[in-house]
Design a protein around this ligand. Structure first.
Ligand code: OOB
Length: 540
């Protein structure tokens, strides 16, 4: 008897393409430019070879240099036997080599699966197996975590992995720096409608899903975002959030900055001390953070001495920035705030640079593209009245039509006419701006009454002692679920009675009052730094 392992499948197996008529209309209307992502760097290097691309300590790499590094990486990877269409799991911290690795893969037509430094065995094994990755690119270590040990475990479990390339000390594997610097191999022709890279879904339920983004849609994502933010070659973008996340990668982030010829700087530690020093040193003009970090930075101006005068735009997104905090950010940091409500699946909403302070502080922005279609629907899928709350469904020139290799899940996550069901609850204002009011599933059912966690958290955060707040439902034999408020506080912890009085004075319904109060030193966060409700529920 012979046992055969299944034949490897091509990269397009399990990919859900844009329907031909939609693709045609996006091309005709000019949203899709028919350019490979790797050309963003190529074109800038031609226009501005001598301009700074990367700022790293005292070293400056110019665009001609970065362009050559990317070509060398592309050729070297192909010389190792990694082929166009192959998938490679990338798990790098925010090192300055990130752009050369990314553009190298893109130019070789090799598909990066962009995982986050905080992912561990369960996620990496799942993503490597699902994508049938042939290689895994990691750093040697970060903090006290050794990625080479993780790589040893993962390669054992995922037979398709043939190479482990390590940034830094390779241990038993191959050093990324030893990838042959070949410069004469012909790079493959790239079809712009093909998959460029894969992002990982940010969902906090179940294992992450793969989001295949095409060259066409992602070039548009990055360049249109750069236009909204009025990025120019004079901007310096600081990658504060993990570079593999859609927000710092392409909204406009790293790719948007490269497209206009601005400079990039990278930090692995986003603490105010370290980030402020980087902003001062590199004269950073734009960066993106999640709300807890925005709050921390705003508070830290009290004790951190740094010149943040270069920072013209602070993008905040990834989770709801509540109004009280939004009002503080701009004045505290002396910068313009921009709220960004986006998703790896596609749709991006931005407040605009000329929006009123009220719009910027009370909404999560409006869609990036005139071609973004947004529907706000009730539980039965019917559109709600203007201004009413409902689930956001979306379709457009840079929103996927299905997760990669997930047909069963896709039948629920997408409508038959191709709209992505975001699971986000929103209200749409007449201006088109969206106000995010919660997640469909982030609701506590207390004795049959539905309580929106977001709403309750917003009220809790208004309490002067409360720095961070999260509401979670805990099982209860009589009510089904009871309400637990977990608080991170400055100074003395308020009592449950005090919190109830405070909330009652704010006019909230009695059934929404917390049944339990817990103090926490630090709320658990996801790989990109959002509050992780699933982990929190498990903790309490
Ligand atoms: C960004 O992308 P993901 O894929 O990590 O997470 C998407 C989800 C959204 O569906 C929504 O539930 C939440 O994160 N979210 C927000 C938000 N931005 C994202 N909820 C409330 N307010 C916001 N401003 O998180 C992401 C991708 C690109 C740009 C920005 C964020």
């Amino acid at each position: 008897m012979t046992s055969t392992s299944p034949a490897p499948t091509g990269h397009r197996d399990g990919y859900v393409p844009f329907p031909a008529d939609a693709a045609e209309s996006y091309r005709t209307a000019g949203y899709w430019a028919g350019r490979p992502l790797g050309d963003l760097l190529r074109d800038t290097a031609r226009r501005h070879p001598g301009r700074p691309a990367l700022l790293d300590g005292a070293t400056v790499r110019d665009y001609a240099g970065l362009d050559a590094d990317a070509d060398a990486m592309a050729n070297g990877l192909l010389a190792l036997g990694i082929a166009p269409g192959d998938r490679v799991v990338v798990q790098l911290p925010n090192v300055p080599e990130f752009p050369a690795v990314l553009f190298g893969l893109l130019r070789a037509g090799i598909i990066p699966v962009l995982t986050l430094p905080a992912h561990r065995r369960a996620e990496i094994e799942h993503l490597a197996a699902l994508s049938e990755a042939v290689a895994y690119i990691v750093a040697d270590r970060q903090g006290d975590f050794d990625y080479r040990e993780l790589a040893a475990t993962v390669t054992e479990a995922v037979p398709s992995l043939r190479h482990v390339l390590v940034h830094g000390d390779p241990g038993p594997f191959t050093a990324l720096s030893s990838v042959p610097r070949v410069s004469d191999t012909a790079l493959p022709e790239i079809d712009p409608s093909d998959i460029a890279l894969m992002l990982v879904s940010g969902g906090t339920t179940g294992l992450p899903k793969l989001i295949a983004r095409t060259h066409d849609d992602y070039v548009y994502n990055a360049t249109a975002s750069a236009a909204i933010c009025e990025l120019t070659e004079d901007d310096v973008y600081l990658a504060t959030l993990p570079a593999a996340h859609n927000f710092p990668l392409a909204c406009p982030g790293i790719l948007g900055t490269v497209s206009v010829g601005g400079a990039l700087a990278f930090i692995t530690d986003p603490s105010p001390e370290n980030a402020f020093a980087a902003i001062e040193r590199y004269r950073v003009s734009v960066t993106a953070v999640v709300p807890p970090l925005a709050q921390l930075w705003s508070a830290a101006v009290e004790w951190e001495e740094a010149d943040l005068g270069s920072l013209r735009l602070l993008q905040v997104g990834g989770a709801k920035l509540v109004e009280v905090n939004a009002r503080e950010v701009g004045p505290a940091l002396g910068t313009t705030l921009q709220q960004v409500f986006g998703m790896a699946e596609g749709l991006l909403n931005f407040t605009r640079l000329d929006d009123s302070a009220d719009l910027v502080c009370t909404t999560q922005g409006r869609p990036l593209s005139p071609a973004d279609e947004v529907r706000v629907v009730d539980g039965a899928g019917a559109e709600v009245a203007p201004g009413e709350e409902g689930e956001l469904l979306t379709r457009g020139p840079y929103t996927i039509r299905g997760y990669y290799r997930a047909p069963e899940h896709n039948s629920r996550a997408f409508t038959p006419d191709g709209f992505y069901r975001s699971g986000d609850l929103v209200r749409r204002l007449p201006s088109g701006h969206l106000v995010v009011s919660g997640r469909i599933k982030d609701v506590i059912n207390r004795g049959g009454e539905n309580i929106s966690c977001d709403e309750l958290e917003e009220h809790l955060l208004a309490h002067p002692a409360v720095r961070h707040a999260a509401a979670v439902g805990l099982p209860d034999s009589s009510l089904g679920e009871k309400v637990c408020a977990v608080l991170v506080v400055d100074g003395e912890m308020p009592t449950l009675g005090e919190i109830k009085t405070f909330l009652t004075e704010r006019g909230i319904a009695t059934y929404k009052l917390p049944d339990l109060l817990r103090r926490s030193q630090r709320l658990p966060v996801t790989a990109v730094g959002k509050i992780d409700k699933k982990a929190l529920r498990a903790e309490v």
